[in-house]
Ligand binder design. Sequence first.
Ligand SMILES: [Zn+2]
Length: 129
Amino acid sequence: MVQKGNKRTYMLKFRYLIEVPENEGIGADARRMQYAQQIAKQIRTDIDTNLESVLGRIPNHLGWQSSNITVIDGEYLNSGRCAVCGMWVTDVDKPGLLDDLKRGATVGQRLLCWEHLPRDHWFFANEYT
Ligand SMILES: [Zn+2]
């Protein structure tokens, strides 16, 4: 690990979820991804436009590093919506956790986010709490 003096470098990560309208037919997935990319580009442009007013006060900001787009509701992905609040979560009791989603678990037949899990669920007795 490279350290310079007593500085540490932090990466700030933000996750935005968008729902892309249903779009049927040949090439539908590509068109939905193109739509998502357009939204991402607009968000990036808006951030860049306002960056100086937000980060100008922070002399050592290093600027934009990366962005990506992930489909989170694919058929075989470990993701779903909390049955109570609708938050997107990944189930800690199933393989293939999606790191960028909040944690949740299935109780009975209902997927619940960590905020709506019963407090006696094993989730609260381990490192995730
Ligand atoms: Zn919830």
